[in-house]
Design a protein. Structure first.
Length: 125
């Protein structure tokens, strides 16, 4: 379980750095009046996959009895991180890919950066 805990910890750092980078990239694209393209959407999908892997590792740790410090909030942030970006893209943006949608997705990824950092603080022991 120590290995899974280490991977979960290291991946959590990877997730917040990744979302910070794609958030900054999204702002840059928005400033240049670009819309969402496959590269940016693919990057957000990769970030979402990282959150799913984090969730799977977290569930494995919880089953083994290794619970986060602030368990309820950690699980709440984790669940939120799994549904937020798909909700933003499918419900709010409705698949749009213009410049306005680029701004929305850029700020959504920066928000996910904050959620990732907050998740770390609620899970740290």
């Amino acid at each position: 379980m120590a290995l899974i805990h280490t991977i979960h910890t290291l991946l959590s750092n990877t997730v917040w750095m990744f979302f910070l980078l794609i958030g900054i990239w999204g702002l840059y694209r928005g400033i240049r009046r670009q819309g969402i393209d496959g590269n940016y959407l693919g990057a957000t999908a990769i970030g979402q996959v990282l959150f799913f892997i984090q969730g799977a590792l977290g569930i494995t740790l919880a089953i083994a009895g290794n619970r986060p410090t602030d368990s309820f909030m950690h699980w709440l942030y984790g669940t939120f991180s799994l549904v937020f970006l798909p909700f933003v893209y499918l419900v709010w943006m409705r698949g749009e890919d213009d410049n306005q949608a680029q701004w929305v997705l850029a700020f959504a990824t920066l928000f996910m950066f904050g959620i990732a950092l907050r998740s770390i603080t609620t899970g740290a022991g």
